[in-house]
Write a protein that binds this ligand. Structure first.
Ligand code: MCN
Length: 779
């Protein structure tokens, strides 16, 4: 059978995962393995005045203690590369394998202990005495802006970049507006929180020069490039593998981390395998985070509800280093117009360094914040104009007739933001239907009768997915007829091995069970970028499709030569080649593949037809724009002020769907993430810059009992930007979550004065409104 694309093929990844047979970095235990514990900065900003490693060095089982001064290959001398440079960045700070003098956040690595096991390493790490001269510090955007304190000593201010985006005549829009609404909006910092924290195992060859690095990463090729740059290796010296089982990442494993560089350098020096496995506390202290922003914006509207313009400022917390450049705030700024016709827009963005863990894209990458702000503004305008909240969205959405729609902004790839197609009003209509928007009033009454406040909220989004520059796939048919697909970007739970097998099985017209997928290994495919930005289906999927289609053509040409027939008379289906109009003559892919292996000196096909292998690197012309609508309904408990999401409906269009089952899983997981951002997840610091949320007791995640079953529907308007017609979906489920959940909470308590401009929303934020509501309804 072929025709796998579009069908609910069960994930081939799941049997092993469900049976506990997944193979994660921590499962890689080569002979002679040494273990690392990292000594981290205990101050948010300071200068290291002394590191005393003498006691630790003498402790049993300790092999070495390293600081920046003695880290092998001078590995701490060179900062990690700035992965996404931008001319607007004026302070391109990136971290080093170990801090040498100044530390700029609590958790920054300052020393490393290598021991026979992790327990011994941790004990010895405790015995490393680091003295600091503390410097003034700030972890808050408000304090960072006036530059009373600076994140990096010697700087005059904390501004890492400043840029303005916009189009149209904003001043005229505001002059002619019937209504102006605005506010200060504050989405807060959260963590990526994958189940598997980070980890790295470096295994050297005995030559002291070459090594294999296993790392729990979203971007093994990028890690390889960093190792080459920082450690002065040649490309042939280092192989980086991200195992097929990476236990989640959500963006936090995109970049090169200090531990990857340090562990590789130490393994080369000690000529022993070395590993470091991050624990949860370290994850909160050292793995990148996202979302802290302050938006001061206003919206100009006509009394018809038509949008006229938005203007304002955005302050973005970059944390202590610019590891992923300014991609996140740039995406925020260019996402704000959303799926609506917004005639004018101006936003000045200031990107600020703070003494906290660096921020880099976490699922959604700046978009959830922009969607939150825009949808809050729409709700406010609708209320002031007494227009239904669904109607104000409906009358402003970009229509199919306006497609392709040029927003007037430049996207992060340097091209214009041009929505490539779709039916946004249909998505809203269908979501209102599936959420039974009409029936809400009755449900509200029922909740009130049960002593609860009930509200409904809407969030619409459009998202540029599938950006290049490229991702590759190598498709090869083995002599036994099995097909191997080598791809650069690997999964962290997205089910790529299943979807790539579907794409290749269809393009080759062979059974899916004959297709094996190998991902995330720099030794099997030369170039790769990584899994982020909902880009794999567009880039890697298209490459796999094109490579497999080219191999199929080769198979048919070889079969034609073998059968002495024209290849146009042949068909290939389910791995069998038949001659049109001839039931007797057949060849299998296996027979052709065996023949193609050849006998020395004999040639079957022409040119490289004899090699049943193709590599393709697809480059999309621009982003593929997915879009959708989410509607949440919440109940707020009168006694506890607890919020419960009781209904959640989504409609989305991600173009041609490769696997509806996987897409549904991505949306459901994304919604959980969005609910977490709206109600639970908040990284905080005390007045000294000490993180106060460093365990799942302090940092709450949504659990199965608080995430409702999501009612999902989809329709598909394929994009023309890639041969599959697919658009990305990996982040979509998260994007409008905070917007619609907070919109619903505000709706529940609107009459009591609730105007909510931040998230997460905690029960204590609501107590006052509940008291007001209770006192005004008391007889
Ligand atoms: N897919 C499909 N049809 C489409 C679009 C996608 O069948 N039209 C399938 C793809 O083939 C793939 C999955 O859906 O199996 C996601 O594809 P895509 O949208 O291309 O996203 P990526 O594969 O590039 O994944 C990255 C994205 C991001 S940016 C984050 S963050 C994220 C996410 O995916 N992190 C995740 N989903 C995650 N899911 C899990 N379980 N864990 C994470 O860490």
């Amino acid at each position: 059978m072929t025709g796998y694309v579009g069908t609910r093929v069960l994930r081939r990844e799941d049997d092993a995962l469900l049976a506990g047979r997944g193979k994660f970095v921590a499962d890689i235990m080569p002979q002679g393995l040494l273990h690392v514990a990292v000594v981290r900065s205990t101050t948010a900003h300071g200068v290291i005045t002394d590191i005393d490693t003498s006691t630790a060095e003498r402790m049993p089982g300790v092999h070495a203690v390293y600081t920046a001064a003695n880290l092998p290959r001078n590995a701490a001398a060179t900062p990690c590369p700035l992965h996404v440079p931008n001319p607007a960045i004026t302070k391109p700070y990136t971290w080093r394998a170990l801090a040498s003098s100044e530390v700029v956040f609590v958790g920054e690595p300052v020393a490393i202990v290598v021991a026979d096991d992790r327990y011994l390493a941790e004990d010895a790490a405790e015995a490393v005495i680091v003295q600091y001269d503390d410097l003034p510090m700030t972890t808050s955007i408000e304090d960072a802006l006036p530059a009373n304190v600076v994140t990096h000593r010697g700087d005059d201010d904390n501004i890492a970049a400043k840029f303005t985006v916009g189009y149209g005549d904003v001043d005229r829009a505001f002059d002619s507006a019937d209504l102006v609404v605005g506010g200060q909006y504050r989405p807060h910092r959260g963590a990526g929180s994958p189940i598997e924290c980070r980890g790295v195992v470096a295994i050297p060859e005995s030559d002291g020069r070459t090594l294999t690095v296993w790392t729990s990463s979203q971007a093994p090729h990028l890690v390889k490039r960093s190792l080459i740059d920082v450690l002065g290796l040649s490309a042939a010296d280092v192989r980086v593998i991200a195992p097929a089982d990476v236990g989640g990442a959500f963006g936090s494993k995109i970049m090169t981390y200090p531990e990857e560089i340090a562990v590789a350098a130490i393994a080369l020096e000690l000529k022993r395998p070395v590993r470091w496995i991050e624990d949860r506390r370290e994850h909160f202290l050292s793995t990148t985070q996202e979302r802290d922003q302050i938006w001061d914006v206003e919206l100009a509207v006509a009394k018809s509800g038509k949008l006229l313009g938005i203007r304002g400022t955005l302050l973005h917390d970059l944390g202590a280093y610019a590891m992923w450049g300014i991609i996140t705030p740039y995406i925020s700024a260019t996402t704000l117009p959303g799926p609506y016709v917004l005639p004018s827009y101006s936003l000045e963005t200031t990107v600020l360094l703070t003494n906290a863990v660096p921020t880099t894209p976490i699922r959604g990458a700046g978009r959830p914040q922009a969607i939150f702000v825009l949808e809050r503004l729409l709700d406010r305008a609708a209320r002031e104009l007494s227009i239904d909240r669904a109607t104000i969205r409906e009358i402003n959405l970009v229509t199919p007739e306006q497609m392709p729609y040029e927003v007037g902004l430049t996207f992060r790839d340097g091209g214009p933001v041009t929505y490539d197609g779709g039916d946004y009003p249909r998505a809203l209509r269908e979501c209102l239907l599936s959420a039974d928007y009409e029936g809400f009033a009755q449900r509200r009454q029922d909740s009130e009768a049960a002593g609860k406040f009930r509200g409904i909220g809407i969030g619409c989004y459009v998202e540029g997915t599938g950006l290049g520059p490229f991702e590759g796939a190598r498709v090869t048919v083995e002599q036994n007829g099995r097909v191997t697909v080598y791809v650069g970007a690997g999964p962290q739970g997205q089910g790529h091995h299943t979807t790539m097998a579907q794409i290749v099985a269809d393009a080759l017209t062979v059974p899916i069970d004959s297709v094996d997928v190998i991902s995330g290994d720099t030794a099997v495919i030369a170039k790769g970028i990584g899994t982020f930005g909902s880009r794999v289906v567009v880039n890697e999927g298209s490459s796999a499709h094109r490579a497999a289609s080219a191999v199929r053509a080769k198979i048919l040409r070889l079969a034609a030569t073998m059968l002495e027939i024209d290849s146009s008379d042949l068909t290939l289906s389910d791995g069998v080649i038949s001659v049109r109009g001839d039931d007797q003559t057949r060849l299998t892919v296996k027979q052709v593949a065996a023949a193609a292996q050849g006998v020395p000196g004999f040639v079957i096909g022409e040119g490289d037809d004899n090699v049943l292998e193709e590599t393709d690197y697809f480059t999309p012309p621009q982003a593929a724009y997915s879009y959708g609508v989410h509607i949440a309904e919440v109940e707020v408990d009168r006694k506890t002020a607890g919020v419960r999401v009781v209904r959640y409906s989504t409609v989305h269009d991600c173009g041609r769907v490769i696997n509806p089952l996987i897409v549904a899983g991505q949306i459901q997981g994304g919604v959980a993430h969005g609910i977490g951002n709206a109600l639970f997840e908040r990284v905080d610091h005390d007045y000294n810059g000490q993180p106060t949320s460093t365990s799942f007791a302090d940092y709450l995640l949504p659990t199965a009992s608080v995430v409702p079953k999501v009612t999902m529907s989809e329709f598909s308007i394929p994009t023309e930007g890639n041969p599959l017609g697919a658009k990305g979906v990996g982040e979509a489920g998260t994007l409008p979550g905070p917007a619609c959940v907070v919109g619903a909470i505000e709706d529940a308590l609107y009459a009591a004065g609730a105007r909510i401009e931040h998230h997460p929303v905690f029960p204590h934020d609501l107590v006052g409104f509940i008291e007001t509501a209770t006192s005004t309804t008391r007889p």
